[in-house]
Design a protein. Structure first.
Length: 278
């Protein structure tokens, strides 16, 4: 997990079992199954290749829950956290044991994600960046499902959910900070830089200070104003006349305590010293 402190809003806990609908499976609270002796939300499935829906006897057992009012708006958050314990009668799970769907008003805005990280007998923590959900400001329903075709008839599956929660950075934080190219010509006029800004409210903006350094000394410095989300900016190095060598890019958001770093190598241009031609 990234180093900055995180804030949390629990969406689903063990006391929410009655708020879920289940198909071809059951869901209930289970005492003492979560870490620290807490209760967990227990989803049980007996895989049945004969008794599913009439047209599809090998079906899709699932649980789902609708979201209402302010619970639908995730735009002020950075991640969806899912923590699950998986138990099964099988020796091992298939490569895609469970799927998660986040429904939004239109299909293109929904997220369908296999939870391939799950392992038998282990608590697994999965953090999904909400930037992957195009309409995370209007999430109408959560669904967990399996495809019975991936399992054998009469396989037993038990999934225990410690919690499903929204997380966000408690302060402005830069993610995925890097130069678009790790190697560039030294006479390039600009260095394209990309980053994602998290930990900022949807309508707010902060200053982001980027610096190109060599051997511990600053060579070029620039400041941009950014809102939460993904950004691309150009670091103007034309007037610096930088020599070839290894450089470090750094960036920090105002009011943020962490510094993002990336490396870039400048190499001598093959056109250096050539004239404009006859």
């Amino acid at each position: 997990m990234p180093p900055s402190a995180m804030e949390k809003r629990v969406l689903i806990g063990p006391d929410s079992a009655r708020e879920w609908s289940a198909a071809e499976s059951t869901v209930e609270a289970s005492a003492g199954r979560a870490p620290g002796g807490k209760s967990a939300l227990h989803w049980h499935i007996t895989v049945d290749h004969l008794a599913g829906e009439p047209k599809y006897p090998i079906g899709w057992p699932r649980i789902q829950r609708g979201l209402k009012d302010t619970a639908r708006d995730w735009s002020g958050w950075d991640f969806l956290l899912v923590r699950i314990l998986t138990e099964t009668s099988r020796a091992a799970l298939p490569s895609e044991p469970v799927g998660l769907t986040l429904y939004t008003p239109d299909r293109n805005g929904a997220l369908n994600r296999p939870l391939h990280e799950l392992r038998k007998g282990e608590w697994t923590e999965i953090m999904i960046p909400l930037a992957q959900v195009p309409r995370h400001h209007d999430v109408r329903q959560l669904q967990f499902h399996i495809a019975e075709a991936k399992y054998r008839h009469q396989d037993q599956l038990d999934f225990y959910f410690d919690e499903v929660a929204l997380l966000r950075y408690a302060e402005p934080t830069l993610l995925d900070f890097a130069a678009e190219s790790a190697v560039m010509f030294a006479d390039a006029p600009q260095i394209p830089v990309r980053f994602q800004l998290a930990g900022v409210q949807p309508e707010a903006s902060v200053a982001v200070i980027c610096e190109l350094r060599r051997e511990g000394r600053g060579a070029v410095r620039a400041e941009v104003t950014a809102t939460r989300g993904t950004h691309r900016t150009l670091l103007d190095v034309k007037q610096a006349k930088l020599p070839s060598g290894e450089y470090e890019l750094t960036a920090r958001a105002a009011n943020g305590s962490t510094v993002a770093t990336a490396n870039v190598r400048l190499v001598e241009s093959p056109w250096k010293g050539r004239g404009a031609g006859p």
